[in-house]
Ligand binder design. Sequence first.
Ligand code: AMP
Length: 278
Amino acid sequence: MKIAKTKSRIRELIQGQAIGFVPTMGALHEGHLSLVRESKSRGLFTVVSIFVNPTQFNNPEDLARYPVDLDRDQRMLEVAGCDLVFIPDREEIYPAHNGSDAYIHDFGFLESRFEGHFRPGHFRGVGQVVHIFFEIIQPGVAFFGEKDFQQLQVIRRLVEITGMDTEIVGMPTIREEDGLAMSSRNRRLNKQQRTSSLILHKALAHARQYKDSRPLSVIRQDVAAMFSQEPLAELEYFDIIHSGSFDPAETYIPSTDQRVVIAAYVGEVRLIDNMALD
Ligand code: AMP
């Protein structure tokens, strides 16, 4: 496995390759590795970036506390069969302005709903950094997790707006055995918080279980009640939406791509999850 820290070095190392690209912020887990394995299984020269992108953090504390574990990450990537890791520093990605300039692309309703609403500027930062990486690496295929479902839609929109020639592949959410969606942020949970964090998955499972038998308005109330019983967790949003528009659904209609989305704080740690309703 090769390691590149600069744009010029990575350009040298990827020449002539059919590339599968997996952008990450490091502190890797099985969720990330599932994307790497998918890329490898397609016979692609697999490039993983590790870059904690400052422009997508709307909360400076969250950025300061984002876990970093580069040695472990590199060992895991090597075992998973990654061909090349790109670990640029901030100057390499944002040389002129260090990421503070306004970004030109507008992701429409994706920026004002759910994650967009609660994390102002977040998706512009995501779009900005993915655009920069795509221009450097020019991947034929790029892999993203459905764990960040709204982000996946932002990336699809980015490719549409810019006309970049990269296929976007969305991959299923990898979970711990008890249902918690894997996330780099889970490392920051203490034992009690780790137990409380299960409430996110329970809320999603509740919606799936009762979608046929209870009005969605009742399911929303049930979930609010579940959270009121869980002192370590604070619900930010829970909703059942139409996946295409992110509009809240009034009733459950089978096979129409409805989805449950949730965000909650457990202690200081903000967790998100989502699941198809069918
Ligand atoms: P991050 O390092 O959190 O920016 O995530 C990098 C990529 O891994 C994104 O495409 C995420 O959606 C994906 N990812 C993160 N967690 C999971 C998971 N539990 N299952 C599948 N993909 C994931």
